[in-house]
Design a protein. Structure first.
Lengths: 120, 120
DNA sequence: TGGTATAGTATACAAAAGGATACTAAGGAG
DNA sequence: CTCCTTAGTATCCTTTTGTATACTATACCA
């Protein structure tokens, strides 16, 4: 049994930070590889546009999950990394990842079930 | 260090189920109180409209997270409860709740920091 | 005969999120 | 003089999410 009351629910706090089409993969990448510069992140997250990457990084920075370090160079160099606070999200990311992995089978059975209708 | 590769990320699987303005509180309510009928849920989630509640419940049902039991009565009676599969999300919900609770302080300090500017 | 209750649907609309594309600064290479 | 690089902006558009409001069926109660 859970000890939490829905009315006093703090789940949204964590969820708000993780939600966004690209945030989980950005965070996982930074957790794994440590510091990365903008263009490296862009390569690590296939399909993301510059706008969305900037956008998501700004939001994460605003929430104090990542830091942004600008080197006054040309061409520009900007490095991103997790903050201590950001790293505290790791258990949640891990829990979600494990859930997803453990329940891949469940999903496959649903899909298979649908396909079976044609075979019987 | 994490053992997962961003490219093979299964985080989205769990996230996709949890995302939606009302899903976490619906799930927490069902986890705590067990079976609930539509109108009870509506009362438990203040501010939600019928359409949104129906909507979110249908999505959760579709994902096999909750079950829907209809009693052929008038006025209608429909009961919702978590599936076994749905209950497996509990550790994630708990992890998020704990994170939110533990880091309320962090948030308060940010807000306080901003307010302090006027005081010095 | 009209009002109440439950669990919805239908319709229209507003807001938020995401995407495509073009543009910029400033130095170095050719 | 022009192109290349990086880390962005700016603008416009589409899709997804969420909201508001009105409507329905059917039995019971007065």
């Amino acid at each position: 049994m859970m000890k939490m009351q829905p009315k006093l629910c703090r789940v949204e706090d964590a969820l708000g930070i993780l939600v966004g089409k690209w945030k989980p993969i950005i965070l996982l990448t930074l957790l794994q590889d440590g510091t990365k510069r903008f263009s490296d992140l862009k390569r690590s997250v296939p399909g993301i546009t510059q706008k969305m990457l900037t956008n998501q990084l700004r939001e994460l920075e605003e929430e104090d999950i990542i830091t942004r370090k600008v080197y006054p160079q040309v061409p520009p160099k900007v490095e991103y990394s997790m903050t201590e606070y950001g790293r505290s999200l790791e258990p949640i990311l891990v829990a979600m990842h494990e859930w997803g992995t453990a329940h891949t089978l469940h999903k496959m059975q649903k899909v298979k079930g649908k396909g079976m209708e044609n075979l019987n």
